[in-house]
Write a protein that binds this ligand. Sequence first.
Ligand code: NDP
Ligand code: GDR
Length: 375
Amino acid sequence: MKVALITGITGQDGTYLAELLLEKGYMVHGIKRRSSLFNTDRIDHLYQDPHDDNVTFKLHYGDLTDSTNLIRLVQEIQPDEIYNLGAMSHVKVSFDSPEYVANVDGIGTLRILEAVRILGLEKKTRVYQASTSELYGGMPENKNDKGFYDENSPFYPRSPYGVAKIYGFWITKNYREAYGMFACNGILFNHESPLRGETFVTRKITRAVAKIAQGLQKKLFLGNLDAERDWGHAKDYVEAMWRILQQDVAEDFVIATGVTTRVREFVRLAFAEVGITIDFTGEGVEEKGIVSACSNPEFQVAIGTEVVGVDPTYFRPTEVDLLIGDPTKSKTKLGWQPKYDLAALVKEMVATDVDHFKKESLLKSHGYTIKNQYE
Ligand code: NDP
Ligand code: GDR
C-alpha cells in the first residue's frame, strides 16, 4: 500500500486529492492546523475512527511554519509521496500579510524538502509542490508564440503570494538538481469547484447568484471585472498532481485548459444558470450589472434590478490581468485530459449553491437557524 502525506488537506484541492488517493488504495495522512473552530468541514465525510482496523485516512496536527513538527511527522509516516498543498492561497490577502505568506508559502516548501533530506528519504519520498500560474504575472510579452504561458515562459510575479510561491518553485527545482530528489512543480492555473473558498471570485459569484435568485441578497460587489482567467475544475487538476508523481523522471508541468474568460463573462454565465440575463452598463467603478430578463418562474427578480456593482476595495495594488496556459506537455507526457469545461464547471457550482441556500431558506422558514462555513 502506498503512503501519501498531504499538507493543506482541509482545503479545496486537499479534499479532492484525498478522495482520489483513497480510491486508488493509498494510506492517506493529512496535516491540519489547530483552530478554535472545526476546520474539517470539507473532509468530514472521509473521517475514519482511528480505533478501527485497517484505517486508511489519518489526520495530524501541524503547521508549515513548524519545522520540528514536519520532521517528526515525515519520520513517523515515512511517506512515498508528499503533496505540499498547504498555503495562504489568497492573492489579495497576501498584500495584507506578506511576511506570513513568505513564511508559509515560501519557506514552508523548504521545510518539507529539508525534512525529507534530513531524514535521508531523498530516494524514497517523492514531493509535489503546488506551484501556480501567478508566477507568470500575466506579462503579455512572456507568452509563447501560440499566445500561452508554458513551462518555458519567464516568471514575473505580481503579489507577495506570487513572490513567495516563486521561492517554492525554485527551491523544489534546486533540491531535485542538488540532491537527486523526485521533486516536481505543478504549475496549475486557476481551478474551482463547489468546494472553492468563498472569497475567490468564482465561488463569490456563484454563492451570490444563488442568494440573489432566492431573495436572500440584493447585490454582488466585485473588483476588476476585466480580469481574464483560465478556469478548470479542481477534480481534474488533482488527477494531474497524482500523474506528475507517477512519472519515471521528475519534471515540472503546466496544468491548464487553454481557454481564458473574463470575470464579467463568468458573472453572466452564472446568472444564466438560474434563468437571469444580465446586461452590463457604465465603465470602471461606475459599471453595473442589471437584470434584463428572468425566465425562471421559481426565481422572481424584477427586470431593471441592479444586481452587480464594482467596489474598489477588491482592486489589487498590482493585478494579473490575463492568464492562459498551454497544457500541451501535460496532455502528451502525462496523458492528462480534463473532463470538465467552463460551462460544466459553472453549472455544477451554481447548482450546488442554489441547493444549499434553498435548504437554508427552508430551515429558516421553519424557525431554525444554521451556522456553518457558509455564513
Ligand atoms: P485552499 O486555500 O482551499 O487550501 C489551503 C490549505 O492550506 C488549507 O488546508 C489550509 O488550512 C492550509 N494552510 C494554510 N496555512 C497553513 C499553514 N500555515 N500550515 C499548514 N497548512 C496551512 O487552497 P487550494 O486548495 O485552492 O489550493 C491548494 C494549493 O494549490 C495552495 O498551495 C495554492 O496556493 C495552490 N494553487 C491553487 C490554485 C487554485 O486555483 N486553487 C492554482 C494554483 C496553485 P485551513 O483549512 O486550516 O485554512
Ligand atoms: P486569483 O483568484 O487571484 O487568480 O488566485 P481570485 O479568484 O481571487 O481572483 C481572480 C480574478 O478575479 C478578480 N476579481 C476578484 N477576485 C476576488 N477574489 N474577489 C472579487 O470580488 C473580485 N473581483 C474581481 C481578481 O482581481 C483576479 O484578477 C487564485 C488562487 O487560488 C491562487 O492561490 C492561485 O495560485 C491562482 O488562482 C492561480
